[in-house]
Design a protein around this ligand. Structure first.
Ligand code: HEM
Ligand SMILES: [Cu+2]
Length: 609
């Protein structure tokens, strides 16, 4: 086969054109980390406003903007992309693949997400941020009650959402088709399993938000009346559509987190995961049930006792597979040689915290009780225990664990532990009191409260906790900088771990595996270690490796939609045509231009090592 020149690209151009899953993973991490800091700042500002009763720092509309942008940013622009960062960085390595199935689409997915997120955040400077809550309930998000902000919400999320959807499909195909020989489904590492199920959820859940956003866009920009009761529309439809997406979305977030916890706990207990097949079954079951429970967000709408009872039971059912997982993690640790590294501290800290979030979830799943809890700070406490205490803790665990594989350096352990304790203690200080604030009647989404109603102490502690979480985050950032400048260089397998990604150098070479490995059991690397071997048996002879070419088209395609977004908002149809036109031309170019890719020779040193 003809060998093509190896395109060497450097600097910004390299990052804009890369289709390498490892680099795209880093791009997701940087972008998601950036949005995490912005979302965190918005949270801190809200907590400062709520530190004492009757304060007037961010009131009314400005508080609503902070609130909406905090939730929207954290869910769509921070949590999702950081999960995508780990998915990209690790899944192809865990399955012994050279890249994802569609590297070009992978890059397109990233740029759509990033430019969509940027569009949404530009609202701060171009007419005001959205202010109808991250759930954008009608009629608040209709054009009678909200300004341009919600246009940014509709268009920004639409563009970012397409990116996520493309990413989900890519990972489904990758995991189905690109597994190394011998790596059957029931030998997949738990992280890869969870990404597989999450990708399936993305595939089926995101169309629901796409449809909701299209309808809302028509109502807001083109005089539609889907949600306009006076003209025969129905606002409850929005809530159904939003939560048909929204509940699976929370499982899209938590399942990869479960996957990270399984990997970290097994590695640092030096045991294989307890009850592997039960873990797989529980993951699939949670994914499936996740689609059956959306009405638990709507118990107080008045859908009637039959609907409420059925959805209540379905919701409670989810606690069963989740409980299976919790016990299996505990049994994995039981009798293991536990090492409390920073990664493992985050994972072990996850367990009790997430259990509390799950327990309040079951409390909320009882409709008569939910009539009391709904729209109070109790719900705020519940979902932060699951999303922060669950997912964010797991993300930190995963980042500490896989940092060497992503960047070739080990994060400083001492700083990692200091950061953990600030964040962990800060987290519980922030959100534990909120359960009681909610039970005492403090509604969510309010910008102040009155003195002498018993709400002062809880709110004060909560704000102190938020500062402590901020310190924890800053310590992590400092750790990243210290590690980058003078961190310890990582060996292939710094943690004595179990799965394929640890068989190759840190960071992985651009082609990942010089030779595709042969997998002979669950925990592929550990199986070889137990057989007294230091590396995998190759499944193919050494040879030239085919690589996909980099391309700037995904970036330009996304830029086109970004520009069209502004056009739609201002009814400037020339701009819409220019934007969409750019995207279509790029699609056309991509279709007619035959890209043969290029070939590389595996590094000799790498092969001998
Ligand atoms: C056994 C597990 C769980 C149960 C039974 C459960 C139940 C519930 C119920 C009934 C509500 C609605 C409360 C209300 O608005 O009055 C709710 C809200 C919520 N839950 Fe959960 N939940 C569980 C796990 C999770 C997980 C794992 C996550 C995220 C990773 C999560 C995220 C959320 C969010 C974001 C909301 C609030 C959405 C909003 O109104 O803004 N929950 N949960
Ligand atoms: Cu839900």
């Amino acid at each position: 086969m003809a060998t093509h020149a190896h395109p060497k690209r450097t600097g910004l151009w390299d990052w804009l054109t890369t289709v390498d899953h490892k680099k795209i993973g880093i791009l997701y991490l940087i972008a998601g980390g950036f949005f995490f800091l912005i979302g965190g700042l918005e949270a801190l500002l809200m907590r400062i406003q709520l530190m004492y009763p009757n304060q007037e720092i961010f009131v009314g509309g400005s508080f609503n903007q902070l609130l909406t942008m905090h939730g929207t940013t954290m869910i769509f622009l921070a949590a999702m992309p950081i999960i995508f960062a780990l998915m990209n960085a690790i899944v192809p390595l865990q399955i012994g693949a050279r890249d994802v199935a569609f590297p070009f689409l992978n890059s397109l997915g990233f740029w759509l997400f990033f430019l969509g997120g940027l569009l949404l955040n530009l609202s701060w400077f171009l007419g005001g941020a959205p202010d109808a809550g991250w759930t954008a309930y009608l009629p608040l998000s209709g054009k009678n009650y909200s300004g341009m902000g919600v246009d940014f919400y509709v268009l920004g999320l639409q563009i970012a959402g397409i990116g996520t959807w493309i990413g989900g499909i890519n990972f489904l195909v990758t995991i189905i088709n690109m597994r190394a020989p011998g790596l059957t489904f029931m030998r997949l590492p738990m992280f890869t399993w969870s990404v597989f199920v999450t990708s399936a959820l993305i595939l089926f859940a995101f169309p629901a938000i796409t449809v909701s956003l299209v309808l809302l866009m028509f109502d807001r920009l083109f005089g539609g009346a889907f949600f306009e009761p006076a003209l025969g529309g129905n606002i409850v439809i929005w809530q159904h559509l939003f939560w048909v997406f929204g509940h699976p979305e929370v499982y899209i977030l938590i399942l990869p987190a479960f996957g990270v916890i399984s990997e970290v706990i097994a590695t640092f207990s030096k045991k294989r995961i307890f009850g592997y097949s039960a873990m797989v079954f529980a993951t699939v079951l949670i994914g499936f049930l996740g689609f059956m429970v959306w009405v638990h967000h709507m118990f107080t709408v008045g859908l009637g006792p039959v609907a409420n009872s059925l959805f209540s039971i379905a919701t409670m059912l989810i606690a069963v597979p989740t409980g299976i997982k919790i016990f299996n993690w505990l049994f994995t640790m039981w009798g293991g040689q536990i090492r409390f590294t920073a990664a493992n501290l985050w994972a072990v800290g996850f367990l009790p915290t997430f259990v509390i979030g799950g327990m309040t979830g079951v409390m909320l799943s009882v409709p008569p009780a939910d009539y009391q809890f709904h729209d109070s700070y109790f719900v705020v406490a519940h979902f932060h225990y699951t999303i922060v205490g669950g997912m964010v803790f797991a993300l930190f665990a995963g980042l500490h664990y896989w940092w060497p594989k992503m960047f070739g350096k080990i994060l400083n352990e001492t700083l990692g532990k200091i950061g953990f304790w600030f964040f962990f203690i800060g987290f519980h200080l922030t959100f534990f009191p909120q359960h009681f604030l909610g039970l005492m009647g403090m509604p969510r989404r309010v910008f102040t409260f009155l003195p002498n109603q018993g709400l002062e102490l809880g709110n004060f502690i909560s704000t102190i906790g938020a500062f402590s979480m901020t310190i924890g985050t800053l310590v992590f950032l400092y750790n990243v900088i210290v590690t980058a400048t003078r961190g310890e260089k990582a060996s292939n397998d710094p943690w004595d771990a179990r799965t394929l990604e640890w068989t190759i150098s840190s960071p992985a070479p651009e082609y990942n595996f010089a030779q595709t490995p042969l997998v002979r059991g669950l925990d592929a690397f550990w199986v070889e270690k137990m057989a007294g071997k230091k590396k995998m048996t190759p499944a193919e002879p050494l040879g030239e490796i085919h690589m996909p070419s980099p391309s700037i088209l995904p970036f330009i395609m996304s830029l086109g939609l970004f520009i069209a977004g502004f056009g739609f908002m201002h009814h400037a149809y020339l701009i819409v045509i220019i934007g969409l036109g750019t995207t279509v031309v790029c699609m056309f170019l991509r279709s007619i231009y035959d890209d043969p890719g290029y070939h590389v020779h595996p590094d000799e040193e790498e092969v001998k090592a």
